[in-house]
Design a protein around this ligand. Structure first.
Ligand SMILES: Cc1cc2nc3c(=O)[nH]c(=O)nc-3n(C[C@H](O)[C@H](O)[C@H](O)COP(=O)(O)OP(=O)(O)OC[C@H]3O[C@@H](n4cnc5c(N)ncnc54)[C@H](O)[C@@H]3O)c2cc1C
Length: 494
């Protein structure tokens, strides 16, 4: 490896050119126009999740009026394919002239904060030239996502080695995988399984979705009547985006509130949607009635109810059971049933990746992120001049990218105004005996990739400012009003 010491210094370094990094860079450019910045991206192009995922049918499970940015009108149908999302991101890069600020194929290995120089130093490997390059910045904006891109999560089941067929994880889908006329079993029942099943069913002999427990789905047409109506009236794209987004967000808030007050009612409404396609005779109780309350996880939209139509047509089926082990030809289930498969797809989720697997240190001392306390899930005690964009898991991720964008830019401008060089979140004296809790409350929100890795994540305090909320609607009100001079922010001036 060639070592290269360079004077690549920027006011702000952004790690990651996915949805979060591109959105954050746009806000930085708009709201802090004098700041120099650079986006460092490990991959050869932008898009992150939407670049890496190549499984058939890849699409959003949120509507794009809320998953799109606040500032860039969405002009397509509500649910978008991976290619459409990449195209949208490309337009943002062009519109906001971000291209010249992105360095692709730069994977960050380590980040060190120097208290004396008041600088971050990032060590990156240029994957094209194999050079090691150092970058410095005053502020570090982490937009590295939340899961390992290189490998999805696949549990270890007994006798997996015996299986003679092909095992595939959706995250590393082989582009030449031939499933024409094959029997496919998908393990898992999240949004990925719901996307894959109808798409594979078009060409394979049969697709079986094997789930341990059911998930909520919202079958609905991939059309926004409101958007169509406004577009028919030649209303400007930006106005259509704004109005439809407001309407989508209002509907979502109503559903969240109703899910809290009357979970049974919401549950029945969601199940009625499924029943309306599968009919009364289908065992909805067994296959589509989750044990958890609605809205503990994002409710995946099923455009056109395609999954359910596939089941109705006999091309796809659901099995709710547990895996005893693998056999040569497929899976042995706990119920005694055998599932034969030429291909088994493990749609079993992600491996959570804290801070992009970057080694973080302060003055050369390695930092244990799990010991830090999170300020609103944006900044972390012990880590100066650093923000991490963690989007919403229940509402669209991007809603929080915009809110954090505003917050970080306001903080940077505030620091400039008061000539502060460093800001670090600190727990105020009076709160030092605050009870520390795991990062998120499993009763409120419980996807398994989070619960599996909770021990790696920072702590949450009892007070709301030391928590990561999943409530976009309250955060939208609160975040812009945060007093940046309150005791939770410690500034240094020299
Ligand atoms: C299949 C799928 C469908 C989804 N659908 C939705 C949806 O409909 N709605 C929704 O709200 N959310 C959805 N999500 C969640 C989704 O991941 C986020 O919404 C969003 O795309 C995350 O964007 P991001 O930029 O934060 O992270 P990522 O997309 O993960 O991008 C992070 C980027 O940072 C780069 N990076 C990471 N570490 C380093 C490093 N050390 N050095 C350099 N670069 C680094 C990565 O290469 C990557 O390009 C979905 C996720 C998946 C997997």
């Amino acid at each position: 490896m060639v070592q290269k010491n360079s004077d690549n210094h920027f006011d702000v370094l952004i790690v990651g050119a996915g949805i979060s990094g591109i959105g954050s860079a746009h806000h930085l450019k708009e709201q802090c126009p004098s700041k120099t910045f650079c986006i460092l991206e490990g991959l050869e192009s932008f898009g992150g999740t939407w670049l890496m995922h190549k499984y058939p049918g890849i699409r959003s499970d949120s509507d794009m009026f809320s998953f799109g940015y606040r500032f860039k009108p969405w002009t397509g149908k509500p649910v978008a394919s991976g290619a459409e999302i990449l195209n949208y991101l490309n337009e943002v890069i062009q519109d906001s002239q971000l291209e010249e600020h992105i360095r692709y194929s730069h994977k960050i290995l380590s980040a060190n904060w120097c208290n004396q120089k008041k600088l971050w130093t990032l060590t990156a490997i240029n994957k094209v030239t194999d050079e090691e390059i150092r970058f410095t910045s005053n502020f570090l904006w982490m937009c590295q996502g939340y899961y390992k891109h290189s490998e999805g999560y696949t549990p270890e089941w007994p006798d997996m080695g015996k299986y003679q067929g092909t095992i595939v994880h959706p995250q590393t889908w082989p582009e030449d995988l031939d499933y024409q006329g094959k029997k496919v079993v998908i393990i898992g029942s999240g949004a990925t399984a719901a996307t894959l099943a109808p798409k594979l069913a078009e060409d394979c002999e049969h697709v079986t979705v094997l789930q341990r427990s059911p998930t909520y789905f919202l079958p609905r047409d991939n059309e926004s009547l409101l958007a169509n109506q406004l577009r028919d009236l030649d209303v400007d794209d930006a106005v259509v985006h704004d109005i439809v987004r407001r309407s989508v967000l209002k509907d979502q808030r109503d559903i969240v509130n109703l899910s809290e007050k009357e979970p049974e009612l919401v549950k029945q409404e969601l199940l009625n949607g499924v029943k309306s396609i599968l009919g009364e005779d289908y065992d909805i109780d067994k296959h589509f009635t989750p044990k958890y309350r609605p809205w503990r996880q994002r409710i995946a939209v099923v455009p056109g109810g395609d999954l359910f139509h596939g089941i109705k047509a006999g091309k796809a089926s659901m099995v709710t059971d547990e895996i005893e082990g693998f056999t040569e030809k497929g899976l042995q289930l706990k119920s005694g049933e055998n599932l034969e498969a030429d291909i088994i797809v493990t749609a079993t989720g992600f491996n959570l990746c804290v801070l992009g697997d970057i080694e973080f240190s302060v003055d050369g001392e390695l930092q244990d992120f799990s010991k830090a306390l999170s300020y609103r899930g944006i900044m972390y005690t012990g880590l100066p001049n650093m923000a991490w964009v963690m989007g919403y898991f229940r509402a669209a991720w991007t809603l929080r990218v915009d809110l954090i964008g505003d917050f970080v830019c306001r903080l940077l401008n505030h620091m400039d105004k008061k000539s502060a060089k460093v800001v670090t979140p600190v727990v105020p004296e009076e709160d030092r005996d605050m009870k520390l809790l795991p990062w998120s409350d499993p009763k409120d929100f419980n996807p398994s990739y989070l619960t599996r890795s909770m021990h790696l994540l920072p702590k949450r305090g009892e007070k709301p400012e030391w928590q990561l909320t999943q409530d976009f609607w309250s955060e939208r009100e609160e975040l812009p009003k945060v007093d940046l001079d309150d005791a939770a922010f410690e500034y240094e001036y020299q």
